[in-house]
Design a protein around this ligand. Sequence first.
Ligand SMILES: Cc1cc2nc3c(=O)[nH]c(=O)nc-3n(C[C@H](O)[C@H](O)[C@H](O)COP(=O)(O)OP(=O)(O)OC[C@H]3O[C@@H](n4cnc5c(N)ncnc54)[C@H](O)[C@@H]3O)c2cc1C
Length: 404
Amino acid sequence: MIIIIGGGASGLIAAVAAGNAVGGGNVKIIEKNDRVGRKLLATGSGRCNLTNINAALGGYTGEDAGFSAAALRKFGPKDTMEFFEGLGLVTRIEEHGRVYPKCNLASAVLDVLRNEISRLNIEIIHAEASRLSFERSAFSIYCTDKRKIMGRSVIVSAGGRAAPVFGSNGGGYNLLIQMGHELNDVYPALVQLRTNFADIKTLNGVRVNAGIGLRRNGRVVAYQEGELQFTNYGVSGIPALNVSGAAGQGSDIVIDFSPDMDKEALLRLLEKRVVNLRCRRADEFFTGFFHKAVGRLLLKYAGVPPGLPVSALKDYLNKLVGSIKSFHMPLSGVLGFAEAQVTGGGIRTDGFNPRTMESVIQKGLYAAGEVLDIYGPCGGYNLQWAWSSGHLAGVSAAGYINDL
Ligand SMILES: Cc1cc2nc3c(=O)[nH]c(=O)nc-3n(C[C@H](O)[C@H](O)[C@H](O)COP(=O)(O)OP(=O)(O)OC[C@H]3O[C@@H](n4cnc5c(N)ncnc54)[C@H](O)[C@@H]3O)c2cc1C
């Protein structure tokens, strides 16, 4: 019997892969929620960005990010699309290689997986695993409701600590630690940035296409461009989430409000605007260029006195260019695990064989998904890691059982 602890993305695909190889009657899923795959329903804002065609090239983070390569090679984005197509899900590739179900419904991804689980007759046990041990050639899984479930092979796919409302509360770490595995520090990743910048509230609700970087000791440690969303506490939006993993190393948020123009081109443009708009007031200088709230802030931070005519802005243009290209806000931290999309850090990957996902400490024990110290950027990379590692763990566990 193969026991899969955690019925999220990685556990469900592991169950299907193992069930197809050894028969569904030899596979069981233990899931603490009353339904499997609850987090899947929330992914991609309810649309489920299930993979990214560029994920095959890597782009993952972890103590040893290269650990992910073998699983991605064996079961990559193309295999994922074919796998889901085989289950009846029609997918579509969108901007930046992001793949969604054509029907735009995350529930469709879960439905086709659940249909396959039930076709294979894989049993789902609703219980919370709290202890894992290996005694006399079998694993024993002890649950909080006092049930004991036995298996010859176990896949731990219980996720990390991000978004615990969907079930993943870090319990999977303890199970693997009980088996001798080690945990690297965990932190919220793909999460909103906080600032105590005095004027942040004036930008609340503003969306801009910009660049965002985190800077420490004068060095940019992470940078990305795209749509930023300002909130009353800081910055959200995909680029902000993608740089958030470096937040521990960054002390300043730096925003480039015009990433498609270098300083010289920007200065020439502003000089032209001074001529064209010379009869206006300075507070109208950025109308038609930036969001009003952004324009106001740029003028304030360049020290432009209110009520000045545009014709008098000539002396401020260099300062304005500086503010536009490199607007600083102190970073005061990030939001917590409750808001994070994924967990940074996790169970050390050097305790597992990247070609099989099997533990190097205990034969027959496997891990998959976010419980391990691997995560990727927004855009389908994290589900792809769950599918790749889960599929590989399922196939490998089936091979192990067959060889017994
Ligand atoms: C709001 C949100 C949106 C996201 N959108 C995307 C997206 O569009 N694309 C993308 O690629 N990634 C996205 N992600 C990230 C992605 O969902 C996760 O990386 C992925 O689900 C991880 O899969 P997993 O199987 O490792 O863990 P999980 O999906 O967290 O599943 C773990 C499962 O194990 C169960 N469990 C935990 N502990 C126990 C226990 N002790 N006993 C029994 N069961 C247990 C949990 O209840 C849960 O069902 C998003 C995340 C969030 C929070």
